[in-house]
Design a protein around this ligand. Structure first.
Ligand code: DAH
Length: 344
């Protein structure tokens, strides 16, 4: 039996020399030193030996068990160190690899134009006033001098809600009423604001018209505001937006909430006024509707029109973006197609 023990001992030592991973090492430990391991069993059977052999066998077997336990511990340490070294080797960061750029988001072209507009109008003393998207019929139309059944309502095809009188605003002009009532101090305070926001129209969607789009409204109220102030202000805006030499012209027009009303054109910045496809060979691009605030509208805002006057204007950021970036189809704006959006 002693011989068998020595043999087992040699075999165990030889095997452990070959072990390089934790799993095999664990199996080795169980096989030799575990509760049912071969060395453990040998130790247990000491009692079967003739009494005179028991002491020396037991002593040797215990020695072997201690040796193998030490061998196991040493091996375990080695295996752990090797695994760590391998990990470090394999997981090493190669600092010479070219970097991978993180994709970054970008600002929507409408947002870019809007921010440009905010900056220009802020420079000229106009603060942003936010008005609601969901409006009542009265404020969107009647208080702007467009009574029910008035033919001018045809200019704005409306989205109605299931609640009578509640609609989606068809333009930002109703914000004028809110601004006057909110900031006007019952018709005692001057106002200088811009009102940006989304507008909604029940319209056939085509390359030229969407059912939702931004507008940027402007409103100035004071005691002696005249049409020359409107013309000067709009011209100063156009020079900041399109260059100091851009020519501006005003054409008579009609809006129910202004009197007189006009449309504002800027010299086509693509052809310099010579005529091209974008300006349809007119040499001019329309950039805004504008006018002197109608006395009825001033009154609805709480102002006495014999003392107070004002001007207003409305412009379309998407239209401006289309002209600036030569976007041929307004439907691109809200389709969320990254191939379009990533170009800006
Ligand atoms: N609200 C008009 C529209 O949607 C645009 C407009 C024209 C606004 C003249 C104004 C203005 O403030 O004075 O077509």
């Amino acid at each position: 039996m002693l011989e068998q023990l020595e043999q087992l001992y040699q075999q165990a030592l030889a095997e452990i020399e070959q072990i390089t991973d934790a799993e095999s090492l664990r199996a080795w430990e169980i096989g030799y030193l575990g509760k049912k391991g071969s060395i453990t069993q040998m130790l247990r059977s000491t009692g079967q030996l003739p009494p005179e052999q028991r002491a020396s066998f037991g002593k040797r077997a215990n020695q072997i068990k201690l040796d193998l336990t030490a061998a196991y511990e040493a091996r375990e340490k080695l295996v752990r160190e090797q695994a760590l070294a391998r990990d470090l080797e394999e997981g090493q960061v190669d600092v010479t690899l070219p970097g991978r750029a993180r994709p970054t988001g970008g600002l929507h072209p409408s947002t870019q134009i809007l921010r440009q507009l905010y900056a220009i109008w802020a420079e000229m003393g106009f603060q942003v006033y936010r008005s609601r998207d969901v409006e009542d019929d009265d404020t969107n139309f009647t208080l702007l001098n467009i009574p029910p059944h008035h033919p001018a309502r045809d200019m704005w095809d409306t989205f109605y809600t299931t609640t009578p009188g509640v609609i989606l605003r068809t333009h930002t002009s109703p914000g004028q009423i809110h601004a006057m009532r909110d900031l006007g101090g019952n018709g005692t305070q001057p106002i200088r604001v811009i009102l940006p926001g989304m507008c909604y129209r029940y319209e056939q969607v085509t390359a030229r018209s969407e059912m939702q789009f931004h507008q940027l409204e402007g409103l100035a109220i004071g005691r002696s505001i005249r049409m020359s102030d409107l013309k000067g202000t709009i011209t100063a805006f156009a020079h900041r937006m399109y260059g100091a030499h851009a020519a501006v012209r005003f054409r008579a027009s009609y809006f129910p909430f202004t009197e007189p009303s006009m449309e504002v054109d800027v010299e086509c910045f693509l052809c310099g006024g010579k005529g091209c496809r974008v300006c349809k060979y007119a040499g001019w691009l329309e950039i805004a509707g504008a006018g002197m605030v109608h006395p009825e509208v001033l009154r609805n805002g709480g102002y006495d029109p014999t003392v107070w006057s004002g001007f207003a204007f409305g412009m379309g950021p998407e239209r401006m973006a289309m002209l600036k970036y030569r976007i041929s189809d307004i439907r691109y704006f809200w389709q969320n197609d990254l191939r379009f959006l990533e170009q800006f």
